[in-house]
Design a binder for this molecule. Structure first.
Ligand code: ASP
Length: 439
């Protein structure tokens, strides 16, 4: 059994957290490949080391004296080293970093040092081999991740390595320059390593006990999802769930490796399993509820619209021309409605309206703002009758007016449009009917 374990910043923010991580790794022989993030926040107002590095490099770039900022970063690491009683000095590493900053080694190089140094400490603490991610994770010259080459080199490099630490978040271009993924990218590294070694499971350790059924800012103490499919998670992530970097799914999904989200502070909790498919029915008919505010709808009416070939295309073209992406397009016989993000739409509003008028000559266009979209997601909905009925009766009881309904043919989700100020009420009503009442 082979496991790849990735630990997020809050799991490695202090020596105390490092010790918990050490215990977790030692508790299971199969936890052979470790991917650390940089130290995160120790308390709410604290600063992540990655942000400290960006700040420090910013000073260097402006030609300011950055010694003090770099010293503060060094202190973060020294505190961990001391707390773990390690015989390790990062003096030489920091001397290299200082001179590289002076030579303008780049923002990515600067940020990557957070994971790099944490990796050195972690390897020393565990007695595992340290492998610099710049030697095994590669990017193409256009900045995209070079998956095939990485898989080949990394797979070969780890073939005969029993246990190793590979820092997250970065790799390199062919010419050796360091490049990072986008923020939160250590999740991607973990997934890449899991694929390269053919892991049985990719454990992603964080500070929550898995993916929650609904947003805890709206629902007090929501239930945890025990098993979620990649497709369901994608639907939920799109509507605002933020558990895992979106790009972390692809490498393991292709290789059929499940991801287990676990809590470093509560390792006994089962966490959430993210899988390709499963015969395990969700505990409730729905798997999760997510949503976002800030949408606008444009309802276009025209008599005999349904018999006018190319009508929809012309309307959509008006949005495309302005570079606005479309969320949903529910339609009737002589009406169609387009949902877009208000942020994207606002600046181009008049051009879009003018184009639609000019190209389609409609009878009427109505713009409605302050709308929210809610996605009720669940593989269990397909085999359950009356799900939509339950949602809408719950919303009616809660006095929520439904503006739009969109159910995909896959029956994996139902999207509901409501007014922004009904958003929280609607989510509560849906959560209650499926999770609390369970009728
Ligand atoms: N340390 C990086 C960040 O703060 C990457 C990561 O933690 O995954 O975004």
């Amino acid at each position: 059994m082979k496991k790849v374990v990735k630990f997020g910043g809050s799991s490695l923010a202090s020596a105390e957290q490092f010790k918990k991580v050490g215990d977790i790794i030692h508790a299971d022989e199969a936890r052979r490949y470790v991917v650390p993030s940089a130290p995160g926040k120790r308390f709410n107002e604290d600063t992540k080391v990655t942000d400290m590095l960006y700040g420090c490099y910013g000073e260097a770039e402006k030609g300011k004296d950055f010694k003090e900022s770099l010293y503060a970063i060094k202190e973060r690491y020294n505190e961990i080293i001391k707390g773990l009683s390690l015989e390790l000095s990062l003096d030489e590493e920091f001397a290299i970093i200082e001179s590289s900053f002076k030579d303008r080694a780049g923002k990515d190089y600067a940020a990557s040092r957070g994971e790099y140094l944490n990796g050195i400490i972690m390897a020393n603490y565990l007695g595992y081999e340290f492998i610099d991610a710049a030697e095994v994770i590669f990017f193409n010259s256009d900045g995209t991740f070079n998956a095939d080459y990485t898989n080949e080199i990394l797979g070969r490099r780890l073939e005969n390595v029993e246990r190793a630490v590979i820092p997250g978040f970065y790799g390199s271009y062919e010419d050796g320059r360091v490049k990072t993924f986008s923020r939160g990218g250590s999740d991607i590294t973990g997934s890449i390593v899991a694929k390269a070694v053919g892991a049985d499971i990719y454990e992603n350790w964080t500070d929550v006990s898995g993916v929650l059924v609904a947003d805890p800012r709206i629902i007090h103490n929501p239930e945890t999802i025990t098993t979620v499919t990649y497709k369901e998670l994608r639907e939920l992530a799109y509507m605002g769930f933020n558990v895992l970097h979106e790009d972390a799914i692809f490498p393991v999904r292709k290789a059929g490796i499940p991801i287990n989200i676990k809590n470093t502070n509560k390792p006994e909790d089962e966490g959430t399993m993210i899988v390709e498919s499963t015969c395990r029915q969700p505990k409730y008919t729905i798997t999760g509820i997510a949503g976002k505010k800030g949408f606008v709808s444009l309802s276009i009416e025209k008599e005999m619209m349904n018999s006018e070939i190319g009508f929809v295309k012309k309307v959509l073209k008006a949005f495309e021309t302005q570079g606005i992406s479309i969320e949903h397009v529910p339609s009737g016989i002589d009406t169609m409605t387009v949902f877009v993000h208000r942020e994207e739409f606002e600046a181009h509003e008049q051009q879009v309206l003018a184009d639609i008028h000019r190209m389609t000559n409609p009878d009427h266009i109505e713009v409605e703002t302050e709308l929210a979209l809610i996605a009720v997601v669940g593989r269990g909905m397909k085999s359950t009758r009356g799900t939509a009925g339950r949602i809408f009766s719950a919303l009616a009881h809660a006095n929520v007016n439904v503006k739009m309904i969109d159910q995909g043919s896959s029956e994996l989700n139902i999207i509901i449009g409501v007014k922004d100020n009904d958003f929280e009420k609607a989510i509560k009503a849906i959560y209650d009917i499926f999770v609390l009442v369970q009728i």
